[in-house]
Design a protein around this ligand. Structure first.
Ligand code: NAP
Length: 305
């Protein structure tokens, strides 16, 4: 018998992001009013990929809107790994820079792992440095990748119970799959990680109270993969005939899932918001700001809540 249709909340990631950004803007304004400089994010773009250039612009615009500074460093497509690392190293030594983001993908010959390792871990707002990955694994404070942080905020905002829940994560990348699995486990969920070699993926997904799809395969997750009442988070973004599509067939999840994130205005706006949050955290942890007036715990709590 087909399950009873249920009320599904289609998550408005943009509205939640806007709410959090307002709190971040207030926290930055308080710093500036106290005579400190605002937090500053440095973005590094290598090559001429139009999508990457547009992402970088979006991130800088978001910084400006919450009163943070941003600086952009562009290198040509022909830049060597050494040249990219030299720029990163300059930014590491620049006391006026709190966060460093090197936009991916990088051109052939520039290893993303080598660049990630070159970033000062205290400025690693993408959370990709092995030291931050290690802190996450150990459950110690550090900078965590933005998309998983955004997913946790969405689950928290919608009061999705995590303790004891069965969370299934499809995808095991260092930037989404692995860190979200660790965060969910830290929140006492029981986590199953799936990937391209998982047997009976549909069957595993059907057992999920929380289903996170971070794959990049258009509409991989079908209606009959979703347990009635499950929280479904669609991270994937693929292009099909010029249109952007997610990993989940969102329309068919409506009426089955408790919440579902749409591929537009879902996880994406939260990812950028968590980049701003990480930049503020990096600024605060480094005691930056030009005075001893780094964020007070009250400021921090209001920005984080
Ligand atoms: P990735 O590094 O390419 O990882 C994809 C993962 O999916 C891999 O672990 C892979 O398994 C697994 N996979 C591939 N095909 C599969 C299949 N048929 N069944 C089960 N698992 C499969 O990608 P990523 O960087 O994690 O990104 C994933 C998606 O999220 C992409 O579409 C990306 O554009 C999107 N994304 C969105 C945001 C946002 O803010 N909205 C942020 C980041 C990423 P193996 O490990 O076995 O190869």
């Amino acid at each position: 018998m087909p399950p009873e249709p249920r009320q599904t909340v289609v998550v408005d990631g943009l509205a939640l992001a806007t709410e959090i950004r307002q709190r971040l803007a207030d926290a930055v304004a308080r710093q500036v009013a106290a005579g400190c400089r605002p937090p500053c994010l440095a973005v590094v773009l290598v090559g001429n990929d139009p999508a990457s250039a547009s992402y970088i612009k979006g991130k800088q615009r978001a910084c400006g809107r919450v009163g943070m500074d941003s600086v952009e460093h562009r290198l040509p497509d022909s830049a060597s790994e050494t040249e990219v690392i030299e720029v990163v190293d300059r930014l590491n030594r620049d006391a006026g820079v709190d966060g460093i983001l090197v936009q991916l993908p990088l051109p052939k010959g520039v290893r993303p792992t080598a660049v990630a390792e070159a970033v000062d871990p205290t400025k690693d707002v993408d959370g990709l440095h092995p030291m931050n990955a290690g802190y996450l694994l150990l459950g110690q404070p550090g900078l965590v990748p933005c998309t998983p942080l955004g997913i946790m905020k969405i689950l928290e905002h919608h009061a999705i119970p995590l303790e004891g829940a069965h969370a299934v994560v499809i995808g095991r990348s260092a930037i989404v799959g692995k860190p979200i699995a660790l965060l969910l486990q830290r929140a006492n969920a029981t986590v199953t990680m799936c990937h391209s070699r998982t047997r009976d993926l549909a069957g595993v997904c059907r057992e999920a109270d929380i289903l996170v799809a971070a794959v990049g395969v258009p509409r991989l997750v079908k209606a009959d993969w979703i347990q009635p009442g499950a929280a479904v988070i669609d991270v994937g973004v693929s292009e099909v005939n010029g249109a952007l599509v997610g990993d989940v067939d969102t329309e068919s999840a409506v009426g089955i899932a408790s919440i579902v994130t749409p591929h537009r205005r879902g996880v994406g706006p939260m990812t950028i918001t968590m980049l701003l949050q990480n930049t503020l955290d990096a600024y605060r942890r480094r005691g930056a700001g030009g005075r001893s007036g780094a964020l007070t715990s009250d400021d921090d709590a209001s920005a984080r809540s």
